[in-house]
Design a protein around this ligand. Structure first.
Ligand code: ZN
Length: 191
């Protein structure tokens, strides 16, 4: 017999998926070890990334897959139905563009923004290979090279580095031979 749940679906999704507040959750189901969350975007339509015009015409719709933050130790895959719009500004070089959900998606990314942020934190703390092993335990497995690519794309903030693996990474990012940084190379702790 199914158990009773006195919590509404709205309440539950607001707690478990707070970062999906801007999209409509249509279905949540498990396939193997992965939780699949089917979503669709809602109004507003956003704006052309090149000229800022608000789009008037839908070009097409398609499904986009994004790895998301794990839930209760389970991998999560977002299957998001998104729209592609025409840009009707004749002075704009862009003919069409795909909508983005602020704080959740970004162009050409196959991972949700929250997951990217978590992976960057792992990469900064542990580096490539140990970081990749750790992501498997966190149910968001990525390769060493993915973590290193994320590090390379980050702006360098010297106050983030205290020595240890991070110091090695900052030296590597500066194009130097990878090695453990000497104390003089490690930026002083920010006060
Ligand atoms: Zn435009």
């Amino acid at each position: 017999m199914p158990g009773h749940c006195s919590v509404s679906i709205m309440e539950l999704s607001a707690v478990v998926f707070p970062h999906l507040a801007a999209v409509r959750i249509e279905r949540v189901h498990r396939m193997g070890a992965t939780v699949r969350v089917k979503t669709a975007t809602m109004e507003p339509k956003g704006e052309c990334p090149a000229c800022g015009c608000e789009p008037m015409r839908v070009h097409s719709r398609y499904e986009r897959s994004l790895a998301d933050l794990p839930v209760a130790g389970q991998e999560v895959l977002l299957q998001m139905r998104v729209r592609r719009f025409f840009c009707d500004n004749t002075a704009c070089a862009k003919r069409t563009f795909a909508e983005q959900v602020p704080g959740l998606t970004s162009r050409h990314r196959r991972r949700a923004s929250g997951l990217l942020s978590m992976l960057r934190t792992v990469a900064l703390a542990l580096g490539g290979r140990p970081g990749a092993r750790h992501t498997a335990r966190l149910a968001c497995t990525v390769s060493r090279s993915t973590l290193l690519r994320l590090l390379r794309s980050m702006p360098v903030n010297h106050s983030d580095f205290r020595g240890g693996p991070e110091a090695s990474i900052i030296c590597w990012r500066k194009g130097e031979r990878r090695h453990d940084a000497s104390p003089e190379e490690v930026p002083p702790r920010a006060s």
